[in-house]
Design a protein around this ligand. Structure first.
Ligand code: PLP
Length: 457
């Protein structure tokens, strides 16, 4: 028998993996960029390039890469007890402790936690819980969910249907459409000419009201929204928007689901942002990513006392709450989350984000001096940059020029990773970033945009 040639990770990956959100034709040509090691703010690829991680892995490595105490915590939990089933009345210590900690950190009375494996599964769980809740209340028709264009809620079947990003829909069946409806995104940069922020907010709230009337208030169960839209391009809503959408929900007996998968655990300088920054207390809050800083997968769906009180009754004689995952409250993931939260607290990372986040946003404004930068927006350590052909009219660039993709490559050559999304660039660095590293990130983006402009002349 011949001994196969040892293969590189690049070749094995190219031969076997179905990468998320990938154009397979380009992938067959180029394959993957293989990241081998990571430390602090940096990742190192198999070619030995050390790159400043401007996107925290994927909005998640909040405490930075390669923390030894995270590794020790995970190893210890594996040796103490790596897994036992969580069904029925069986539990484990880290899952219980994390439950208490999340209830302490969460706004309002979100005291009851359903654990999942990530953000998509937590959003799927939120929808199942909403449906179950209204069934338990005897409101069997109240099932429709309103989401938003350009919102991103994940890639499992229901989460993908909640997602409102047009390009994610091609070629896939749209099974959720009979109960999921999308209203406009809230994006101040797309506000019509001549409108004030308040006019724009009124318009969005009116549209929401009209959609509820169209679907029938008795049929509409919930609204789901990210506080700031992340994957849709860091889209920021006008002041007061979330609170007013929440009030409309309450008026119609609907639940408000806050998808804080990106905004939770410090990215905006708060554990959670709904109440502290936007002035409303959601009925359901979904988190993942920064919950473990990406050291190990975990998601959670937090529900209010009121929802819990309603669903915590048997739905029929001898009935039980029939929903749960093998890895609900996985002890290793929960131990990692507890350590991650301890690090954020001990190092004062939320305070750091409030300071460095302001600096990041202010220095990013300098990008507006470049002729193709139409908008620079965000909050704290979430930044979106729109590239346009004409600043005054906001006319888009020719897509075939692949401006954002080229700027991304230019940044990479400068030792910095950013994320292209259509004609936008998004940045979401680890929360431990220094002011100097903010300068390095923004400087690389500016230089790469200048190179792109020069290449067009
Ligand atoms: N919700 C939001 C706001 C997200 O940004 C994401 C992922 O980017 C998800 C949900 C899905 O999370 P996951 O990829 O962990 O399933």
């Amino acid at each position: 028998m011949s001994v196969p040639e040892p293969q590189t990770a690049w070749a094995q990956d190219r031969a076997h993996l179905l990468h998320p959100y990938t154009d397979f034709a380009a992938f067959a040509e180029e394959g993957s960029h293989v990241i081998e090691r990571a430390q602090g703010m940096h990742v190192i690829d198999t070619e030995g390039n050390r790159l400043l991680d401007g996107i925290a892995g994927l909005w998640c490595v909040n405490i930075g890469h390669g923390r030894e105490e995270m590794a020790e915590t995970i190893a210890k939990q594996v040796m103490d007890m790596q897994y036992y089933n969580p069904f029925g009345h069986s539990t484990n210590v880290p899952a219980a402790q994390l439950g208490a900690k999340l209830a302490e950190l969460a706004p309002g009375d979100l005291n009851h936690i359903y654990y999942t494996c990530g953000g998509s599964t937590a959003n799927d769980a939120a929808v199942r819980l909403v449906h179950y809740y209204f069934d338990m209340k005897g409101q069997h028709r109240k099932k429709k969910i309103i989401s938003r264009q350009n919102g991103y809620h994940g890639a499992t079947y229901v989460a993908a249907s909640l997602t409102g990003i047009h390009g994610t829909k091609y070629g896939f069946d749209r099974i959720g459409e009979e109960f999921i409806s999308h209203v406009s995104e809230a994006n101040l940069y797309a506000k019509p000419e001549g409108w004030s922020d308040a006019d724009y907010c009124d318009h969005l709230v009116r549209e929401f009201e009209a959609r509820i009337q169209q679907l029938g208030p008795d049929n509409v169960a919930a609204f789901i929204a990210e506080p700031i839209m992340g994957a849709g391009g860091v889209l920021v809503a006008p002041a007061g928007y979330h609170k007013r959408m929440y009030e409309v929900c309450k008026h119609h007996g609907m639940l408000y689901i806050a998808d804080e998968v990106v905004t939770g655990f410090g990215r905006l300088g708060e554990w959670f942002t709904s109440e502290t920054l936007y002035g409303y207390t959601p009925d359901i809050l979904v988190c993942a990513k920064g919950l473990t800083s990406g050291y190990i997968p975990l998601g959670a769906t937090l529900i209010s006392d009121e929802i819990y009180g309603t669903i915590a009754k048997p739905q029929c004689e001898g009935g039980v709450f029939s929903m749960g995952l093998t890895y609900f409250g996985h002890p290793v993931a929960c131990a990692a989350a507890l350590k991650n939260i301890e690090i954020i607290e001990r190092e004062g990372i939320l305070d750091h984000v409030r300071t460095v986040g302001r600096y990041f946003q202010e220095s990013a404004q300098s990008l507006l001096n470049l002729p193709i930068v139409g908008d620079v927006r965000g909050s704290h350590l979430m930044l979106g940059i729109d590239l346009v052909a004409d600043k005054a009219s906001k006319a888009p660039l020719d897509l075939s020029e692949q401006a954002a993709g080229k700027v991304f490559k230019g940044c990479m050559e400068r030792g910095v990773i950013v994320r292209p999304v259509g004609d936008r660039l998004v940045l979401s660095p680890p929360l431990i970033i220094s002011k100097e590293q903010c300068d390095e990130l923004i400087g690389a983006v500016a230089g790469s945009i200048q190179d792109f402009i020069a290449s067009q002349e």
